[in-house]
Design a protein around this ligand. Sequence first.
Ligand code: ZN
Ligand code: ZN
Length: 262
Amino acid sequence: MKLFDTHAHLDFSRFDRDRDKVLKRAREAGVVNILTVGADLNSSYRAVELAESIPGLAAAVGLHPHDARDFTPETARKLQKLVEKEAVKALGETGLDFYYDNSPRDQQRQAFRSQLRLAAGLDMPVIVHSREAEQDTLKILEEEGSGLAGVVHCYSSSAEMAERLVELGFHLGFTGLITFRKLGWLREIVGQTPPERILLETDCPYMAPEPKRGQRNEPSYLKYIAEVAADCLNLSVEEIAEITTANGQRLFGLENYCRLED
Ligand SMILES: [Zn+2]
Ligand SMILES: [Zn+2]
């Protein structure tokens, strides 16, 4: 089985003690690629460093909506510089989080638009974070989105939004949330999404799937998410692994990139 963890935060300090072992377990679980995603500038620098030193790892660089208040033209310039690096395959994560509201909403919208424009200008896919901000996310993606490719990660919004995103050409990234017993409505959305638009992701260290719920999450747990996604779509776990890995490699341009086992 070949899996692609399309959203991990391997630069976070929670992996400092045993990152090597985490990567070894990922390899053993069939994970061939990991996209490690920057949450702010420093985290983006660390993500690039990791991607440059570990075969099979690629990086995304961006500023999370939590930190949108720190977004300046200087941030955009620094991100643009980072994107030139071979290991950087996406812009993000960026987006809107009206659940935590850690940054003022206007600044979130502005930083989101700026990063989408940057991605469009550089022909890079985007990784979008959207929580309790369905209408605003759609509006901005529709206004800025022409020519943009990307994924709305850790998908947990409505079936209507899922449909709209697929129409816009976006992918949906599903995490361990789909393994939670009470979230049957989310499994229904997985079942209704065209398989060629589905990506799988851990969002580790957060969002550990059943049966690891509550623990620190890691890429090797992606197999539990793949099993549930396969169930939702009446496919075998090998089939869903193959399809979603190919989707991610196509979206992020990793077809000829090295693999974790290399
Ligand atoms: Zn996120
Ligand atoms: Zn994330």
